[in-house]
Write a protein that binds this ligand. Structure first.
Ligand code: AMP
Length: 473
């Protein structure tokens, strides 16, 4: 049996509802049972009855909280109960009438996702949760040939899961008709905006019928998202399962204050000395991700890079290999930060701090999934202190500082957080991180050495130069 994911520590499982209490039809209860899910997560318990009723919904939930099942299960249930996908096309119009024509399937639900990987994952969820229905879905995204996607659309599908760009492309070519959509789901809406999909989303929303059910999910709820929700949704039910931007509580977070030029040495040391399973290292740029992989491999650490310059085939292959722990280290740009559901990622390393604090929340959300615990380690150089302060402000808590011996750059007094921001040890019991960071050391009074004075193991010093461009993601 699987533990429900994304719960605070010490959460009483008996407070969680059973799936049988939520009103889902029998075929779905059977799939859930086969998957070993015992109880619904808070987002599932709240969202499923609302969606089954036909209401619009705005869901604020972190990834890893069971959000995908929270919308795919009731969506499939509604499609099944209102003019079943099964009866829509496979059956002749009237039984026994010779030569009766089959009605073509029409697209009844559309799920929009910011990334190809997340779209593929939602497609997998539809397959597993809808195993005992005869619904058909297809996943469309760019970066691969459209031939298979077009073929599957031509055969007829009930549900399309898509990234906005390819969807509009196929619509423009006449392969997709959005005028029959009954349910529209916008998943990871905040990331879609971050990625510049707003104009595409506007076109898509204009092409689907006004009379529809709309579900919008987002890990964070900035004002732009609320504004869109007020335009595109009708009297939505708002569901928030964790305070906005609070990272999963099972994640032990630490930060190393380290000169920029020593980050690579610290990374090598960390990867070699820390007992860990799968580890995701986040970089700001594609170029840096490729460089780091070369450096790690030169040092005998097996690693692969995933970013937007890799072909979709290579990205899918790399992810599959990483899921099998070969290699056990994945170096990624933020393309991999959202939505990806990879079990047993024990450590997240933020080699660079992200430009936006929300991205930090998404990055660290790749660990501690499905009830596991995890650790997030960030390397912060002098130039990144403002980014660290923004992250702590967003999360309303301090990240424990872990020094790396002589490499340490103690945080200056003026940057201590304001007293109204609780430190980890001032948080309520249910807000406490699961594990105290190991070997956390207090700042010494010793004057920090300048980067050029600090000892480096030689290795990569001087070879490593970080590009500043954030656009190269
Ligand atoms: P998601 O947040 O939708 O990406 O889900 C995170 C992980 O939790 C996925 O591996 C799901 O298969 C798993 N999961 C979802 N709901 C449950 C549940 N009620 N009990 C146990 N595992 C679940």
């Amino acid at each position: 049996m699987y533990e429900p994911p994304g719960l605070p520590r010490n959460y009483e499982r008996t407070r969680l509802k059973k799936f049988s209490e939520l009103g889902l039809a029998e075929p779905f209860l059977r799939s859930i049972d086969a998957l070993g899910y015992e109880r619904a997560t808070p987002i599932q318990a709240q969202a499923i009855p609302v969606v089954l009723q036909g209401s619009d919904l705005v869901g604020c939930a972190q990834t890893g909280t069971g959000k995908t099942a929270a919308f795919t299960l009731p969506m499939l249930d509604r499609l099944l109960s209102s003019g079943s996908a099964d009866s829509q096309s496979e059956q002749p119009r009237s039984k026994g009438s010779k030569g009766a024509k089959r009605r073509p399937r029409t697209i009844r639900a559309l799920v929009l996702s910011p990334t190809r990987e997340l779209a593929a994952q939602i497609g997998d969820s539809l397959t597993k949760y809808g195993k005992h229905t005869h619904h058909r879905h297809c996943v469309v995204f760019g970066g691969v040939s459209q031939m298979r996607q077009v073929r599957s659309l031509q055969r007829g599908v009930d549900i399309v899961v898509a990234t906005p760009g390819r969807l509009l492309d196929l619509k423009g070519q006449g392969y997709i008709d959005l005028s029959t959509i009954e349910i529209l789901v916008l998943d990871e809406a905040d990331q879609m905006l971050d990625m510049g999909f707003l104009p595409a989303l506007k076109q898509i929303v204009a092409a689907v019928p006004r009379e529809r059910q709309t579900l919008m999910f987002s890990a964070t709820m900035p004002p732009e998202i609320r504004k869109l929700a007020s335009h595109w949704l009708t009297d939505p039910v708002n569901i928030e399962v964790a305070p906005v931007s609070t990272p999963a509580e099972r994640i032990a977070q630490t930060v190393h204050m380290v000169p920029k030029g020593q980050k690579i040495d610290l990374l090598l040391k960390f990867l070699k000395e820390t007992p860990r399973s799968r580890t995701l290292v986040f970089m700001r740029t594609k170029r840096d991700a490729d460089k780091i992989v070369k450096i790690l491999e030169r040092d005998g650490l097996r690693a692969a890079a995933i970013h937007g310059n890799k072909s979709q085939g290579a990205r899918t292959r790399t992810l599959e290999q990483f899921k099998g722990s070969r290699p056990p280290i994945l170096v990624a740009t933020d393309i991999a930060a959202r939505g990806l559901d990879i079990r047993d990622v024990s450590h997240i390393v933020n080699f660079d701090l992200p430009e936006t604090p929300e991205t930090y929340v998404h990055r660290i959300g790749r660990t501690a999934r499905a009830g596991a615990e995890g650790a997030a380690v960030s390397f912060c150089s002098n130039g990144e202190r403002k980014l660290l302060a923004a992250i702590e402000k967003l999360m309303k808590c301090r990240i424990a500082v872990e020094y790396s011996g002589d490499q340490g750059e103690p945080r200056p007094k003026r940057e201590q957080p304001r007293s109204d921001q609780p430190r980890n040890d001032q948080l309520r019991p249910e807000q406490q991180p699961a594990a105290k960071p190991a070997r956390s050391r207090r700042p010494s009074n010793r004057k920090p050495r300048r980067p050029d004075q600090a000892g480096s193991n030689g290795g990569s010093k001087g070879k490593w130069r970080r590009k500043k461009s954030a656009s190269a993601r």
